[in-house]
Design a protein. Structure first.
Length: 257
């Protein structure tokens, strides 16, 4: 599998992928609602990156949050933002978690599984570190949701990379079931990622989406030209502003009937 190099991405990641206040509130409210977690509950943000979700979960929801990532550089950026030491930051491999069984009430991950060699192994590790009543929450764009988005339409090579690594909704649910999770369900999210078409273009120029760092320079520049032309013609096109995503949830223990 071709992988993004987050040691290089970390320095500019937040500039292109920052969450608006509206999207932060929507995301953490959905996490709280779907997980059933409350103040003080132990939450593992797996593949936490620069702490985009770890910090608001700790500071606003008052969860006991551990942010784990395999990139030292991404964790350093997260720590720099965590002035109050609200989160426990841990360098960890998602395929071989260092935590004891039953350590967490919730495992949350955002756009992680398409970066790992064995998603099923990662989910089995999540199942192991969860408490008996724990839940896993997976935030991602399923391939059938992203095939026709801006990056996958305008940038050559991007669709080939993500067709090979990004799961469908059905495959994600199968992985969860195979890992031992029960009562699997999902919620679809429509998020306004960019306020203007120009904001999307500027983010793309910074390779804000990791797959843009994985294509050739020629392919990247071709996509930037196509995107700039579209922004010039249709600056307020919803296609440039909105993204569709999924939040899939699995329970370690089935609900009593």
């Amino acid at each position: 599998m071709i992988k993004a190099d987050y040691s290089k991405i970390a320095s500019f990641y937040d500039k292109g992928r920052s969450l608006s206040e509206q999207n932060t509130v929507m995301s953490i409210n959905l996490i709280s609602q779907l997980s059933g977690a409350s103040k003080g509950d132990r939450v593992l943000d797996l593949g936490c990156g620069t702490g985009r979700f770890s910090l608001p979960m700790a500071n606003r929801l008052e969860f006991d949050v551990t942010g784990a990532d395999s990139s030292i550089e991404m964790l350093e950026k997260a720590k720099q933002k965590d002035c109050g030491s609200a989160v426990n930051w841990v360098l960890a491999d998602s395929s071989a978690l260092i935590f004891l069984p039953g350590s967490f009430d919730v495992v949350f991950m955002s756009h992680l599984l398409h970066h790992v060699d064995s998603p099923l192994t990662v989910l089995k590790e999540c199942h192991k570190v969860l408490a008996p009543s724990g839940v896993v929450l997976i935030r991602y764009g399923a391939i059938n949701q992203i095939r026709s988005d801006v990056e996958h339409t305008l940038f050559p090579q991007v669709i080939d990379i993500d067709e090979a690594r990004t799961p469908t909704l059905e495959l994600t649910e199968k992985w969860l079931a195979d890992a031992g999770f029960k009562d699997i369900s999902f919620a679809e999210i429509m998020q306004q990622t960019y306020q203007t078409g120009m904001a999307h273009l500027n983010a793309a120029r910074m390779r804000s989406t990791s797959v843009l760092s994985m294509i050739s320079e020629e392919s990247f520049q071709t996509g930037i030209r196509r995107l700039a032309e579209h922004v010039d013609k249709y600056p307020n096109d919803d296609w440039l502003l909105f993204d569709k995503m999924t939040m899939t949830i699995g329970h370690k223990k089935a609900a009593k009937v």
